[in-house]
Each structure stands twice: as C-alpha cells, then as structure tokens.
Design a protein around this ligand. Sequence first.
Ligand code: NDP
Ligand code: 8X3
Length: 250
Amino acid sequence: MTKIALITGATSGIGEATAYEFAKQGIHLILCGRRVERLNTIKAALEKLTVVHTLNFDIRKKNKTFKAIESLPEAFKNIDILINNAGNAHGLDPIQDGDIDDWDTMIDINVKGLLYVSKAIIPQMTERHSGHIINIGSSAGKEVYPKGNVYCASKHAVLAITEGMRLDLNPYGIKVTAINPGMVETEFSKVRFKGDPVADSVYKGFKALEAKDIAEIIYFAVSRPAHVNIADLLVFPTAQANSTTVQKEL
Ligand code: NDP
Ligand code: 8X3
C-alpha cells in the first residue's frame, strides 16, 4: 500500500534529500518548511515521481503548526511516516558568551517545534495503531563538545524524547527511530555561523557526509519489515571519530 510521509525541513539538506529518496520509491509526500519558493520548486521536480503536498509554516509557531497540519486534504491526513528533521545550530560560543536569542531559537525549533509537530500527528497514528516516527538527532545528542553547549542540549533532548516516544507508543505498534549524524555538508554551518565565511571551512580537508547518505539510511529504516525497528543509529563520515576528532588534510 502507498505510504504517506511528512518531512519537516524539506527545503534543504537532509530533509530535501530524503524527499527525493522517498519520491523515487513512490512514497506520497508532505513537504514542510518556511521558504515557500523552495517548497514550490521541489514540489514541481518531485511531482514527476509521486504525489506531493506542501505546508509552509514555522515550527516555532504552535498554532500555525497545528493549523497547517489540520489543513491537510483528506488524502494526506493519515500520515504513515513522520520525519522530524527541521532544526539547526545557531552560534558556537562558550556558555559565558552565548547569545540568549540563539539559545531560544535552538530550543524553540529543535525541541519545542519537534514536539508541536509530533503532537499534531501522533493521535491519528495511535488511533490506527500504525506509524513510524524518525527523529533526526545528532552526534551532538550523544556527547557534548566545547562551545556546543545549548545545541548539544537540544539534541540530547531529541534523544530523550525519542526514547520516551518509543516507550509510550509501544502499545500502539508505532516505530520510533533516532538517526544521529555526525558532520553532514548542508546549509547547517551557514545557518550556524550566520553567513560568516568561517562556515566554508567547516567541511574542508575531509570528506563529510552528504545529505543523500543520511537520506538513504532513512529510507532503509522506513523500508524494514513490520517487525523490525531500527531504534538508534550513529553515523559518522569515515574521517570523523567523534565530535572533536576529525582527520583533516589541509
Ligand atoms: P539545513 O540547514 O540544510 O536544513 C535545515 C532545515 O530545517 C531547512 O529545510 C529549514 O527550512 C528547516 N527549518 C529550520 N528552522 C525551521 C523552522 N523554524 N520552521 C520550519 N523549518 C525550519 O541543515 P541539515 O539538513 O543539515 O539539518 C537537518 C537536521 O539534521 C537538523 O535537525 C540538524 O540539527 C540535523 N543534523 C545536521 C548535521 C549536519 O552536520 N549538517 C549533523 C547532525 C544532525 P526553512 O529554512 O525553509 O524553514
Ligand atoms: C551537527 C553535528 O558536530 O556539527 O549536529 O554539531 S555538529
């Protein structure tokens, strides 16, 4: 039976690559993001492969998030796969110099936004006793690195929420998965460093993961048989051993 997937943060990076991967497999798509032009461009490209609906909202806005998901046409209301991917790091500063607006942004998007979207979608999954939620965590959710403080906290929270979801949704047969990437070359560093050219050096001197690498793993996770749930995956580029150990040739 054809599945329906909702992907947050589908306008770039891992979310966009996942949309392409799922479209190739004929999964029907609900693509979410704030940049409406990008949503339209991606929709136009993927409609050649599958059925696509777009939702343009900021996951920090609780009411707008619920309204957007309520607005889904009947054919898209029963979401089988939720990819909670939207998120970013904002800043890289020692805790004593951290920008409070950056802290708010990361907690509001990476943690609260993920919860709002989940809250809007889970009830129809529990009702149907079916569904798969994939939360995109991070290696930063497994260990804390210098100056990572609040971003790492937000991703540790994603991991705790994932485990909580897996426990609470267990009676309903809903799969819950955390996929935790190390360094992936996307717009992530541009957002983190707010356009500062330092962003360009983050992935220099080694082969970082590509968004597609994670997208393929996400598809692998959602395409396992009904009795198999990949609970938690940590994925590094080969050159990376942990958050602070990266073999670079400069
Ligand atoms: P990108 O910056 O390329 O993509 C981030 C996506 O999130 C965009 O589509 C953006 O869409 C969306 N987004 C951000 N803020 C909001 C918001 N307030 N409301 C709705 N959508 C939002 O980064 P990645 O693809 O790398 O990041 C995707 C996920 O992967 C994030 O959760 C990130 O923490 C995680 N991750 C990334 C790693 C990396 O090294 N790149 C490593 C480990 C985890 P728009 O701006 O259009 O709203
Ligand atoms: C992104 C990985 O190490 O850049 O979640 O914080 S890192």
